[in-house]
Design a binder for this molecule. Structure first.
Ligand code: ADP
Ligand code: MG
Length: 568
């Protein structure tokens, strides 16, 4: 109700907005509707930037990536029940990846919801959120808005970051209280993400182990990128002279063309390393769980992580260093002696030799000029263009588009590559692109498989509506994995993995006033991308890829269940 209130009263809407502003949360990514429409309006009116999406998962993904890029929780706003559940996909993904975000959702009347009397959008949202969130809270009274938000902020950014759910009931939003009492209830969070220096003995243990290494390896993960300890991490790598491997979102922490990068010799480095230092990277499926055959069974591990329970989760950790990466790396640097900086010439030579072999092979693949294009020739064109635009954010999702893109597209700066992450999820593309464009104010290139793009494709309207400099490149091979599979039943339906052949995705952005391009050759793709980046406007390049190019599930085809009994 928009009737003017006496100056001495305030309500839940106003208190939540004031609490956000007090804590520097200056952007909301959301979808408006009952009961939060006025919250969005009032937030915008009070100077908070509101970015309205077409689907809550994209709003949540934008908030999550904003959190990753800024170390402050990104805020997503959703409506009750179905909108809340759509947002939960992103909240769960944020929790899994360690991205700080807060999903604030309106919810329906508790009195009827709790008695299950069939309320409009009835759902016990707080309890539904719990298994997927790092924490979940509910605010039932306006005077608790400030406290609820303070708890949500701390939970999102302290320790291992994650997704936090904050339920605000319709009644609590609308309820009025005395303005002075309301103002006094707000909390400005002090030191939300406190430093957690590691114990000195943990640091010594790690340094002692490192000194024994003949074939050491430093593995950088997105926790290291998140920590924003870029200069110290680079110094640690360069002072020790140890080869390093970046996980995909840690690319650019040191530039990909750094002489100590072992990325092009990944298999050899994992297999041969005798002492491995994990810096903000988990030994999960993406690293073969730290086990043979990818790793040597006798390798010993140092792990830098803020989460004590991460240690030994897959393999014994000989030297756990529990603390925040910034403090931990600084402590290691302070303890380095000549025993840590001696050259490992044979090991380095072995890596360089293997690297040279793979680099030559890659060069050949990129130079081949098949018609239609394959993933390599198209990515090669993008690689050349983004070399001239090192400051852009690169979003990358798909199967082959992701796996090959990770190897082809070089990063020069930290936190510029945003991809499918820990789950290997599809559908984060447009949300991440929008979150990156909004937080950085700079161009974003989203390299998307045609299937991956479909999950969040309607957000091109959002991109155009807010005039964001996002250039989407759709790798259109007409299918999930490949576009050439056949229907095994003989009916006229397409096969399960097949999408519309010869689809013209550029028309989608043209519908909203963006610029569409068609690219059939690497030269056309490079020209379109350069043109679009120079224009700084929303654009989409439909990039035609051979339907026969690509492999089932990209590089993770081994994860498809295989039965010994033949299919009927
Ligand atoms: P990747 O997928 O790149 O290997 P993961 O997401 O698996 O990275 O691992 C990141 C790790 O970093 C998580 O275990 C998380 O607890 C940790 N982490 C995140 N932020 C910090 C930080 N500031 N300090 C220390 N560890 C962190
Ligand atoms: Mg495809």
């Amino acid at each position: 109700d928009s009737a003017p209130q006496p100056a001495t009263l305030t309500n839940g809407f106003g208190l939540l907005i004031e609490a956000m502003k007090l804590n520097g949360l200056d952007t909301i990514y959301g979808v408006a509707g009952i009961p939060v429409t006025d919250l969005a309006r009032l937030a915008q009116a009070s100077g908070i930037r509101y970015i309205g999406f077409r689907h809550e998962a994209s709003a949540g993904n934008a908030a999550a990536i904003a959190g990753y890029l800024t170390k402050r929780p990104g805020v997503c706003l959703t409506v009750s029940a179905p909108g809340f559940l759509n947002g939960m996909v992103a909240l769960a993904n944020a929790t899994t990846n360690g991205f700080p975000m807060i999903q604030i959702s309106g919810s329906s009347d508790r009195v009827t919801v709790d008695l299950q009397q069939g309320e409009y959008e009835e759902l016990d949202q707080m309890n539904a959120a719990k298994p997927y969130a790092k924490a979940a809270y509910r605010v039932n009274r306006p005077q608790d808005m400030g406290l609820g938000l303070a708890r949500a902020i701390r939970a999102a950014v302290s320790g291992r970051p994650g997704g936090v759910y904050l339920d605000v009931t319709g009644e609590a939003l609308a309820a009025t209280i005395d303005a002075a009492e309301g103002a006094a209830s707000l909390i400005k969070v002090v030191d939300a993400d406190p430093r957690q220096p590691p114990a000195p003995e943990a640091v010594s243990r790690a340094l002692d182990l490192l000194a024994t290494a003949e074939r050491p390896l430093i593995l950088l993960g997105k926790g290291a990128a998140y920590a924003q300890a870029d200069a110290d991490i680079r110094t640690l790598v360069e002072k020790t002279g140890i080869p390093f491997l970046p996980m995909s979102m840690a690319k650019g922490l040191l530039p990909d063309d750094h002489p100590q990068s072992a990325a092009a010799a990944r298999s050899l480095a994992l297999k041969q390393a005798d002492v491995v230092m994990l810096v903000g990277a988990r030994l999960n499926w993406l690293l073969g769980h730290g086990r043979s055959p990818e790793w040597s069974p006798t390798a010993r591990f140092i792990q830098l992580d803020i989460q004590a329970t991460e240690m030994d989760s897959n393999r014994a950790i000989a030297a756990p260093v529990v603390g925040d990466i910034g403090s931990s790396v600084a402590a290691l640097l302070a303890g380095l002696g000549p025993q840590h900086t001696r050259p490992h010439s044979d090991w380095m030579a072995e890596i360089l030799q293997d690297k040279a072999k793979h680099v030559a092979h890659m060069k050949q693949r990129l130079a081949a000029d098949p018609k239609p294009m394959d993933f390599y020739s198209a990515l090669g064109a993008i690689k050349d263009v983004i070399a001239d635009w090192p400051d852009i954010h690169l979003v990358n999702e798909g199967a082959n588009t992701l796996d090959i893109g990770r190897n082809v597209l070089d990063m020069q700066f930290p936190r510029r590559r945003l991809d499918c992450g820990t789950w290997g999820v599809m559908g984060v593309g447009m949300g991440y692109a929008i979150g990156a464009a909004v937080t950085s104010g700079k161009p974003v290139v989203a390299v998307e498989g045609d299937s991956a793009f479909g999950f969040s494709g309607m957000e091109v309207e959002t991109i155009c509506r807010y005039h964001l400099p996002v250039v989407i490149v759709v790798f259109n091979n007409g299918g999930i994995y490949r576009g050439d599979d056949i229907n095994r039943s003989g009916s006229s339906d397409p096969a399960p993995t097949v999408l519309m052949p010869d689809a013209r995705y550029q028309k989608v952005i043209e519908a909203f006033g963006g610029i569409g391009y068609q690219a059939d050759t690497p030269a056309e793709l490079a020209a379109a991308l350069r043109d679009a980046l120079a224009a700084g406007k929303p654009a989409l390049v439909n990039c035609t890829i051979d339907p026969k190019a690509g492999t089932e599930s990209g590089h993770i085809g081994n994860l498809n269940p295989q039965s010994h009994v033949g299919a009927k």
